[in-house]
Design a protein around this ligand. Structure first.
Ligand SMILES: [Zn+2]
Length: 337
């Protein structure tokens, strides 16, 4: 009996050890919470592809983000990645953090929490620096956790931030002159598979009115980079299965809204935080799907209540460049251009 008992203890110890080292043991993404307004509504801005030390109109766009942020009484700001050009941050003491972020987005309305994903350019630098608590100490607005869930409301919206750069094969097999920092990603397939499992688990459990996924790379885009087929294959089916309402991305330096003929997901690009005007648009896109395309600098605002989502795009002058469209729970967005 003593031997059996010892064997049982060894087995339990082994099992516990496996659970502790297995990523599946903690099949959840980190969660952060952000309270909605007293009436339950939420207002936030989305900007992407911005960090150029104020150049390429980054400062001008920032000025307008501040102005619209004040008018819309925003609760927080989302960055869709490519936070620091061209090669991310060199480390936590890289002055680019202040030159491209803290010293640029200075308006009182922007002194809110920023929820941030990484882009491909960020992976060309010290990714760990952007994820480091040290950066948060230097500027408490900064919150970049790789992939994580923002519970806003708490019941209004769950926003799933997904680290999309490791999905893109070309960065691994044909990096050209660039050096990517994959520390923490390898083995890649393991990282991606676990991330998808965690995302699916989070979406399955979500009871929020609105489910939003934010990633740097496009799923559908008529811009220069176009669709990201790895995300269309691996990520999109999960978003469809769990009835995600909005997929928000950057990467293409434009503002666009694409709807879908086979699901209720609305694909929104906000990647006009600085350098833009590439003049490379796919004009052959299905006109039933493409609702809006603006090949220029700007940003996006989102206001949501229990029944409606109001999305506006703004140019570098702060002008709204699209009429509202409204989404109703579980019903396709009705574009009104
Ligand atoms: Zn990018």
């Amino acid at each position: 009996m003593v031997v059996s008992s010892q064997k049982a203890m060894v087995l339990w110890a082994l099992l516990l050890g496996l659970l502790l080292v297995s990523p599946l043991a903690n099949a959840e993404l980190e969660r952060v919470e952000h309270a909605a307004k007293a009436d339950g509504s939420l207002s936030f801005l989305v900007v992407g592809d911005w960090g150029r030390k104020g150049l390429y109109n980054q400062s001008q766009v920032a000025l307008q983000i501040g102005s619209i942020g004040e008018k819309r009484e925003v609760d927080f700001i989302i960055s869709t990645g490519d936070n620091f050009y061209d090669d991310g941050l060199r480390g936590v003491k890289d002055p680019a953090f202040h030159q491209s972020f803290s010293d640029i987005y200075t308006a009182p309305s922007l002194q809110k929490q920023w929820y941030i994903v990484l882009g491909n350019h960020d992976y060309r630098g010290n990714v760990e620096a952007q994820l480091s608590p040290m950066l948060r100490k230097m500027d408490t607005r900064w919150l970049c956790l790789g992939s994580f869930i923002l519970i806003a409301g708490p019941q209004m919206a769950e926003i799933f931030f997904v680290d999309t750069t490791p999905f893109v094969s070309n960065y691994f097999i044909d990096p050209k002159d660039h050096v990517y920092n994959w520390k923490g990603i390898s083995p890649r397939l393991h990282y991606i598979n676990n991330l998808l499992l965690y995302l699916e688990s989070g979406l399955r459990e979500s009871t929020a009115k609105w489910k939003i996924v934010v990633g740097h790379h496009t799923i559908k885009s008529a811009g220069y980079h176009g669709n990201t087929h790895e995300l269309a294959i691996h990520l999109l089916p999960i978003l469809q299965a769990y009835h995600v309402d909005l997929y928000i991305n950057g990467h293409d330096h434009c503002l666009q809204h694409i709807s879908s003929t086979d699901s209720s997901i609305q694909f929104l690009t906000s990647g006009g935080g600085s350098k833009a005007w590439r003049g490379d648009v796919n004009n052959r896109w299905n006109p039933q799907e493409i609702k809006f395309y603006y090949d220029g600098q700007g940003f996006m605002s989102v206001e949501m209540t229990e029944t409606d989502v109001d999305i506006k795009f703004y140019d570098v002058f702060g002008n709204a460049i699209q009429a509202n469209f409204f989404c109703y729970v579980n019903v396709n967005c009705l574009g009104t251009l």
